[in-house]
Design a protein around this ligand. Structure first.
Ligand SMILES: Cc1cc2nc3c(=O)[nH]c(=O)nc-3n(C[C@H](O)[C@H](O)[C@H](O)COP(=O)(O)OP(=O)(O)OC[C@H]3O[C@@H](n4cnc5c(N)ncnc54)[C@H](O)[C@@H]3O)c2cc1C
Length: 396
């Protein structure tokens, strides 16, 4: 039987909101503390793979979200110049057949808004403008959170869903700067009406020397989302996100396939993100405090699984807490989630060298082997993705 009747979640990102909804659906009282003055998400897309779509289904959001989704036909990997396919895996009906749920693309703002509305309908309390500075475990067997304006909030459990620069993680495990991964990502969205070429309806990674480009449709095909990733030696800015110079971006990808250059030609602005990471943490919980999402396992976005892992964490955490004593629940949560998130962190990192054509001749051979496998042994490729997309949080 659960010993938790009230939880505080720090952070109203996709992970924090998913946790809020999962706990509220178990009749736990939930308070979400968010430092921002108002709700919002960056103007960018998210790939929602079947493993995470199943969680959104269990949270009761699939039908509402379906009106904003785009279903890609394939996951593809193409040459930056010729457009030749190194990989083309069917998604659409195949994903439903193989994994029991579709593969979607969603605008982050749509997912965020639907989560906020779901939380409100389930009775979650939101406190905006609430910048958490520290927490204390009190004698009455509860945890108290203090904000920078002196306000305090107490509950049975504190969940740190406060992202890569997590204050909760820092207090639990000590200060450690996130590591700049030597890559930056430009993100943007362009209206399809502005494009002069037909973009394939796929989740496509264009691979090239020291950089890659991801393109996919959003909102039923109204927009194309792009993520352009380049290697950099350092990140000089204080911020981990800044407005990028689109002319520079276009220049950096000049000479690429027309589908890429036309998308960039239509882009009027783009934000630039430093891609940061952390090594595997020694633990994800301590006393009455647990971490989830980017707060405990930030990853390169090269498997498109960061938000997916945060949403899976959220559901599993709520499930563990409902099932047993709090201390046992947090041990069980970490036991289930840490190996999976760590594995996907590593898979994401490994994709960097494939996507950026590293490794000279060996790298070229790898791409050729991938192309051959995609043509002659597609099931082999699918089977590599099965543990990621086939995962079901309710069948552990
Ligand atoms: C270029 C790029 C592309 C990506 N594409 C995909 C994709 O296709 N699919 C996918 O699954 N993932 C993708 N990801 C990863 C995904 O965006 C992140 O993993 C995910 O958003 C993390 O969610 P989170 O809720 O853990 O953290 P965050 O979204 O960072 O949310 C943290 C929240 O905590 C708040 N907060 C922080 N500190 C405090 C404090 N002290 N007090 C109160 N509030 C606080 C913040 O304001 C924020 O609202 C991508 C990432 C990048 C960079």
């Amino acid at each position: 039987m659960s010993q938790v009747s009230h939880i505080i979640i720090v952070g109203a990102g996709i992970g924090g909101l998913s946790a809020a909804l999962a706990f509220a659906k178990q009749n736990v009282q939930v308070t979400v503390l968010e430092q921002a003055e108002c709700f919002g998400e960056v103007g960018a897309g998210l790939q929602i793979s079947p493993n995470v779509l199943k969680v959104l289904r269990y949270l009761g959001l699939e039908t509402e979200l379906s009106q904003y989704a785009f279903t890609p036909q394939h996951a593809s990997m193409r040459d930056y110049k010729t457009g030749d396919y190194y990989l083309k895996v069917p998604l659409a009906d195949q994903a439903v057949h193989r994994y029991g749920a579709p593969y979607w693309h969603l605008h982050r703002a749509d997912l965020h808004r639907v989560l906020v509305n779901g939380c409100k309908a389930a009775g979650v309390e939101f406190v905006l403008n609430a910048n958490m500075t520290h927490y204390d475990e009190t004698a009455e067997k509860s945890v108290q959170v203090t904000l920078d304006d002196g306000r305090t909030f107490a509950a049975d459990l504190l969940v740190g869903a406060d992202g890569i620069h997590s204050t909760v993680r820092e207090q639990m495990l000590g200060y450690e700067k996130a590591t700049f991964m030597g890559q930056v990502a430009w993100r943007g969205i362009v209206p399809v009406s502005e494009l002069k070429v037909q973009v394939q309806p796929d989740a496509c990674v264009w691979v090239g020397p020291n950089r890659h480009f991801v393109s996919y449709y959003l909102r039923g095909g109204e927009y194309v989302n792009f993520v352009a990733v380049e290697e950099r030696d350092d990140w000089r800015s204080e911020s981990w996100r800044e407005e990028g110079n689109v002319a520079e971006l276009k220049q950096n990808f000049s000479g690429w396939h027309p589908e890429v250059t036309e998308i960039l030609y239509a882009a009027s602005n783009s934000f630039l993100w430093a891609l940061n990471g952390r090594d595997e943490l020694p633990t994800w919980h301590q006393g009455r405090v647990a971490l989830l999402g980017d707060a405990c396992h930030p990853m390169l976005p090269f498997m498109a699984q960061g938000a997916a892992m945060a949403i899976e964490d959220a559901y599993v955490l709520a499930k563990c807490v409902a099932d047993c004593r709090l201390s046992d629940a947090l041990i069980e949560y970490e036991k289930i989630r840490k190996p999976r998130a760590t594995k996907i962190q590593k898979m994401s990192k490994a994709n960097a060298s494939l996507y950026h054509m590293h490794g000279g001749l060996v790298g070229k051979m790898k791409l050729k082997a991938l192309k051959a496998a995609s043509q002659f042994a597609p099931d082999l490729i699918q089977s590599k993705l099965d543990p990621v997309y086939g995962y079901d949080v309710n069948q552990l």
